[in-house]
Design a protein around this ligand. Structure first.
Ligand code: HEC
Ligand code: HEC
Length: 348
């Protein structure tokens, strides 16, 4: 019996060695990708992003689109973060392995490399840390890291990609999440009609309705207090007065502070016309409903309501045309190149 065990263990050890030995022609590829970030963005956010290597980005793209990361091989990151929807989910609540359903709307993945808090409640502080969670979340990919690592090691193509990306065959969760974060770093969107108009002074890209919406957004409707700068978010967590009674504690559950109850990440408005439904629980299905919230629906009993929300205390009293104008302006945040860029799509 003892001999058999020893033999089996020995054989397993030899197989592992054989599997993990890099082929002679594999090389650690240190070529970096050019991120092409407009200078006004860099100066506004004050952060210079480190350019990831081409091999890490390519590996991350494969992993992001690969259902191998889930327990039953049916769910990938891209199942809930769809490119055509600005890498968000058109369903209010996404379906994970076995039809499990969460209670928050899947967020858009865009320009996130500049952020310091992730998830609606800000519970993670890096993209690498974030990418760890969906894999083991019981309602999302419901997998274990040991199992993912095993599947990747046994696959025909991944060992070489990991070697090219990291120069070794550790092939562990740390490398998986680093590669996914590298891919996400390339998901940049600064090429919408809004950018051409606002940052390049291009005429004729916004129609008259969108131009009136622009005036409202920066003026009377004061959206720019929170949806600010080229990221269209001030990257904080705040309450915009959705509920008088807290149903989801948001940041409060993370910090343990009553003063944070009901606060959520101020989301970017990049590609917002494609990322319906809206808010952390996907309660609004159209941008017009969102505008109506700010126009007349803010709940002033909401705990920790942001001071900047008191501008809506009297109601905005927007006309029907002005509401449509705000929507038309928000539609100018859609970046067609980003939404269809084959470099972000599932590898063929
Ligand atoms: C079953 C659906 C589902 C799957 C699969 C999934 N996500 Fe998500 N994702 C969500 C939901 C829902 C949220 C918001 C959850 C919350 O705030 O509590 C989210 C949030 C995020 C965020 C935070 C964005 C921000 O602005 O803070 C990132 C980044 C992200 N997901 C990346 C990934 C990656 C990478 C994978 C694969 C490893 C993945 N997701 C798999 C549903 C999913
Ligand atoms: C005090 C800060 C603040 C102001 C001012 C503000 N917002 Fe928001 N906005 C938020 C927060 C916070 C959320 C997310 C709330 C949540 O889901 O719990 C949000 C969510 C949104 C969303 C949904 C985004 C998504 O991905 O689901 C849209 C669209 C939006 N706001 C548009 C506007 C418009 C238009 C105005 C001006 C009329 C405006 N906001 C003013 C803080 C603000």
């Amino acid at each position: 019996m003892r001999f058999v065990t020893r033999f089996v263990l020995g054989a397993a050890f030899v197989t592992t060695l054989v599997q993990c030995r890099p082929e002679r022609h594999w090389e650690h590829d240190l070529t970096r990708v050019s991120l092409d970030i407009p200078a006004h963005v860099t100066s506004y956010v004050g952060v210079e992003l480190e350019e990831p290597t081409r091999a890490q980005v390519e590996l991350g793209r494969h992993l992001f689109h690969d259902p191998l990361l889930s327990a039953d091989g049916t769910v990938s990151c891209a199942s809930c973060h769809l490119q055509a929807n600005g890498f968000s989910d058109p369903r209010p609540f996404s379906e994970g392995v076995g039809g499990g359903v969460g209670d928050r709307n899947a967020m858009a993945i865009v320009n996130l490399a500049f952020d310091e808090s992730f998830f609606w409640d800000g519970r993670r502080n890096s993209l690498v840390g974030q990418a760890h969670d969906p894999v083991v979340h019981p309602l999302e990919m419901a997998e274990t890291w040991t199992s993912v690592e095993g599947k990747l090691r046994e696959s025909g193509t991944y060992p070489q990609m990991f070697f090219e990306a990291f120069g070794n065959l550790d092939l562990d969760s740390n490398q998986v999440t680093r590669a996914i974060a590298a891919f996400e770093t390339t998901l940049l969107s600064f090429d919408a009609p809004y950018d051409a108009f606002f940052y390049e002074g291009a005429m004729g890209v916004l129609d008259s309705s969108a131009l009136r919406g622009f005036d409202l957004f920066f003026g009377e409707a004061e959206c720019v207090h929170c949806h600010a700068g080229p990221l269209l978010t001030d990257q904080t967590l705040k309450s915009n007065g959705l509920d008088g009674t807290v149903t989801d504690p948001g940041l409060g559950a993370v910090s343990g502070l009553d003063s944070d109850l009901g606060k959520f990440k101020v989301p970017t408005l990049r590609n917002i016309a494609q990322t319906a439904p809206y808010m952390h629980d996907g309660r609004f299905s159209t941008l017009l409903e969102v505008v109506e919230h700010y126009n007349s629906g803010v709940d002033f009993l909401a705990p920790n309501l942001d001071p900047d929300m008191h501008i809506y205390a009297e109601g905005l009293n927007l006309t029907e045309q002005e509401k449509l104008d705000l929507v038309a302006f928000m539609e100018s945040f859609s970046d067609e190149v980003f939404l269809t860029n084959p470099a972000f799509s599932a590898p063929q």
